[in-house]
Ligand binder design. Structure first.
Ligand code: CP
Length: 309
């Protein structure tokens, strides 16, 4: 494992597979236990340092650390000395002084976890930085896909929507291509980043055509809060061209998987009937997030499997 998990690109096929296999083993080790906890990280301190809102990621990292018996500190920028102007560096040094073994960082600025890793001696996990990366989301997505599709080599995964603002898309393209999957990005030209041609993925503007032969479709949230201009004429037009409805869902093969990292704009990028319907693994993605984040914390902080302890 790398010292920190800052980017899905930090993982090669071997280390990515190690994380996914470790998650499977941790889940097995916990199943059947009356108390769903392992003593592996007893005495270690994990700090959740969240400068940006989160439901799934923050809660699942907290639960993951607690299931490994670590002490957990939840730091939210709101209500902290950040409101008095304290910098990320001074906040990091404060956490360092309190003995944080790992810092899980979400920040609106791309690259903030990377900067943090230079200031603290503990391990740093990127929990989403600006429009850059969200590596643990990509790992939980790969874990979920692997459970449904088996090995990912040669599988076609279609990623649809607001690629421009999506750290989930970037991390998934890196990780899924590392694992041998064929990734296709589908979006209007205005929602694709400059330089997307150099990503290890194909690009399409035609969702109907891309769904043919796809093993999974991953819908992305339209991130209106990051949009300063008009990226598409109207919400209705976006939905007509790039929304996943029952008609499009039927274009997937029987084994086809429907994914969304959440939070969803129901009725915009995905209809409720598809989000809650057959083949949707959206709730399962959330559950798998806990297991995969346990594996990440375990591998970064312990490095050994002691699940029988
Ligand atoms: N998928 C995801 O990162 O969700 P949250 O913003 O709720 O953490």
């Amino acid at each position: 494992m790398p010292r920190h998990l800052l980017s899905a690109g930090d993982l090669n096929a071997e280390t990515a597979t190690l994380v996914l296999d470790t998650a499977e083993r941790l889940e097995q080790a916990m199943s059947g236990r009356e108390v769903r906890k392992l003593p592996t990280l007893r005495g270690r301190t994990v700090v959740n340092l969240f400068y940006e809102d989160s439901t799934r990621t923050r809660i699942s990292f907290e639960l993951a650390a607690k299931r490994l018996s670590a002490d957990v500190i939840n730091f939210s920028a709101k209500g902290s000395s950040v409101s008095k102007g304290e910098s990320l560096k001074d906040t990091a040094l404060t956490l360092q002084a309190m003995g944080a073994d790992a810092v899980v960082c979400r920040h609106s600025a791309s690259g903030a976890p990377q900067r943090l890793s230079a200031w603290v001696s503990g391990r740093v996990v990127n929990a989403g930085d600006g429009t850059h990366e969200h590596p643990t989301q990509a790992l939980l997505d790969a874990f979920t896909l692997r459970r449904h599709l088996g090995e990912l080599a040669g599988r076609k995964i279609v990623v649809v929507g607001d690629v421009l603002h999506s750290r989930v898309a970037r991390s998934n393209v890196l990780l899924l291509s590392t694992l041998g999957a064929q990734v296709e990005l589908v979006a209007p030209p205005t929602l694709l980043p400059v330089g997307v041609g150099s990503w290890p993925a194909s690009v399409s503007y035609d969702l109907d055509a891309s769904l043919s032969g796809a093993d999974a479709v991953m819908m992305l949230r339209v991130q209106r809060e990051r949009m300063s201009g008009a990226f598409f004429p109207t919400a209705r037009e976006y939905t007509r061209s790039y929304g996943l409805d029952v008609r499009r869902r039927a274009m997937l093969p029987d084994h086809g998987v429907v994914m969304h990292p959440g939070p969803m704009n129901r009725g915009m990028e995905i209809t409720p009937a598809v989000a809650d319907g057959d083949g949707s693994v959206i709730v399962e993605q959330v559950a798998n997030g806990v297991t995969v984040r346990m594996a990440v914390l375990y591998l970064l902080l312990s490095g050994e499997m002691e699940t029988n302890a």
